[in-house]
Write a protein that binds this ligand. Structure first.
Ligand SMILES: [Zn+2]
Length: 371
């Protein structure tokens, strides 16, 4: 294990001072086909195993998780090597038809598939994040505030997950990342300009460390403290935000039958669904659900959102009513509410506020600085 970590670390550290390892997708162990120009496969110790780099197709399969045995097939040549991961470098690469950056790692994961992990420069990574986290057509100052928050989040995770095989997932688990997505090609110049003009800019905590800056779609009038959402979260201040309230989609109602609630929570004869604890910002931190026998369960607001669907129960800023076998959630906002409010940022930028002032509004205790 030490060998694996040190050699990943070595490759990582010699490439660039601020590179990031991002899991971009997973492929089955039985069939990995890599196409591209000058594709070079090496083992963990950087020993070439695919022959001289050429325009080529390399087929790779992974024999078994415990034996860590890779079969690498190029033209008629078959090589078998044992290592915990492979490195692949090439131009215009596609792995099972999906485009990838120039450097990738292939590594088996716990679910029995192979993770494709891109090793790339932080700023290049952010170009693949920004248009997927905020529409690229939005005001430039809102996009700048967004990318600085995304950079700060990424750097904070790079630091805390330094020895892991990958530091960021390319899904909403961390930040959505897509490599050269055709849908955003139209905005490529704009995205490059915004990322370029803020290069290396991050939000810092009082002690100089880079802040794990969160962001969300719409706070509904008041942001949330990270510790009210996640066990290890910070006690950042709650910010009053009336800029997003002008957004028409801010208020929402979700109606769910009691029967559906029973199904989702695996309960019978539910008689009561009630707010149990509210957080400092007024969000539902936990709810209590009771049945006919007066048995009850308590769920956190986030657990309830995950059971009912994060897009259906849009936030935890809601009131509950039960009427005629229907449970009605009447709420505001969209997302966990921590950190930067995207809809509010758009409104502030439209009023002429710059990204420094927008960030100061949502992160009053942070300092804007350089990496
Ligand atoms: Zn807001």
């Amino acid at each position: 294990m030490v060998h694996i970590l040190l050699s990943v670390f070595f490759w990582f550290s010699v490439t660039h001072a601020m590179d990031v390892r991002v899991r971009i997708f997973s492929v089955p162990t039985t069939g990995i086909e890599i196409m591209g120009d000058t594709v070079q496969v090496t083992d963990g110790g950087a020993v070439p195993v695919s022959g001289a780099p050429l325009i080529q197709t390399v087929k790779i399969s992974f024999a078994d998780i415990f034996g860590a045995q890779w079969k690498i097939e190029r033209n008629e040549n078959l090589r078998v090597i044992t290592d915990s991961y492979l490195k692949v470098v090439g131009k215009n690469m596609r792995v099972n038809l999906n485009r990838t950056p120039r450097k990738i790692l292939l590594r088996p994961n716990e679910s029995g598939a192979i993770d494709v992990i891109a090793v790339m420069n932080l700023e290049e990574y952010l170009k693949g994040v920004l248009p997927h986290e905020m529409p690229a057509s939005w005001p430039e100052e809102a996009l700048k505030a967004q990318v600085i928050a995304a950079r700060s989040y990424a750097v904070s995770q790079i630091h805390s997950r330094f020895s892991r095989p990958y530091q960021l997932d390319s899904t909403i688990e961390d930040q959505v990342f897509r490599f050269q997505d055709a849908r955003v090609e139209h905005y490529e110049r704009r995205i490059s300009k915004i990322v370029g003009e803020t290069t290396g800019e991050v939000l810092k905590n009082g002690d100089g460390s880079v802040m794990r800056a969160y962001y969300h779609a719409d706070c509904g009038g008041r942001t949330e403290q990270a510790h009210a959402v996640w066990d290890n979260g910070d006690k950042n201040p709650i910010v009053k935000d009336d800029h997003c309230l002008l957004n028409g989609s801010d208020q929402w109602t979700l109606n769910i039958s009691v029967r559906d609630i029973e199904k989702k929570l695996r309960m019978k004869n539910v008689t009561e669904v009630k707010t149990y604890v509210r957080s400092g910002s007024g969000r539902v931190q936990s709810i209590i659900v009771k049945d006919k026998q007066n048995e009850s369960i308590i769920l956190t607001g986030q657990e309830l959102r995950s059971k009912l669907g994060f897009k259906k129960l849009k936030s935890t800023l809601f009131d509950i009513q039960i009427k005629d076998k229907m449970v009605q959630f009447i709420g505001r906002g969209f997302g966990h509410g921590v950190g930067l409010c995207q809809v509010g940022s758009r409104a502030l930028a439209s009023k002429g506020m710059d990204h420094v002032a927008i960030l100061k509004h949502y992160f009053p205790e942070a300092q804007l600085g350089k990496l």
